[in-house]
Design a binder for this molecule. Structure first.
Ligand SMILES: [Zn+2]
Ligand SMILES: [Zn+2]
Length: 163
């Protein structure tokens, strides 16, 4: 099998697993994994990068599913609520949770976003969020929304650069 075909096959398997995991999480939380939510999730989970709402809209339209932006936003809200996708605030884009296969600790992750290929990763951000709370505490600020995004170069892109 040529490398591309192998990659494609791997991608398909990863997508299938993500879909199964997402369906499981929806069931656990008693939220309906509707056909529309599934379709929107599929578009987001089919790439390692983040995807904007209008890109999701475009891709679905090309596959024959024409939707109003509000429908996509509602589906995205449900996916966010279930925790199967996250929002990258700096880009106003969405990506599929990378840690669905791990025990869900409820600990907030920080997002690492590659400037070259757009891939987004999640790592544990416990200590960072604790530090934020401490710093805010010092000035008696009550934190509510906290997110930490770091941009840079992913392992794969860094390896290519060295060649
Ligand atoms: Zn996640
Ligand atoms: Zn990269």
């Amino acid at each position: 099998m040529p490398a591309n075909a192998a990659d494609e096959q791997k991608g398909k398997e990863r997508l299938k697993t993500s879909l199964e995991q997402a369906a499981e999480i929806f069931a656990e939380k008693n939220i309906r994994f509707t056909d529309l939510r599934r379709k929107v999730f599929e578009e987001i989970a089919s790439t390692q990068a983040s995807v904007g709402a209008y890109e999701v809209l475009d891709r679905l339209a090309k596959k024959g599913t024409r939707l109003a932006p509000i429908s996509v936003y509602r589906a995205l809200d449900a996916l966010l609520e279930a925790g199967v996708v996250h929002r990258l605030e700096s880009k106003n884009a969405y990506f599929a949770c990378r840690r669905m296969h791990k025990p869900r600790t409820g600990r907030p992750p920080i997002f690492l976003s590659c400037e070259k290929c757009g891939a987004v990763q999640e790592v544990d951000g416990d200590e960072i969020f604790r530090a934020i709370d401490h710093a805010a505490d010092d000035v008696q600020f009550e934190t509510r929304v906290r997110f930490v995004e770091v941009s840079g170069t992913c392992q794969e892109c860094a390896a290519h650069r060295k060649v």
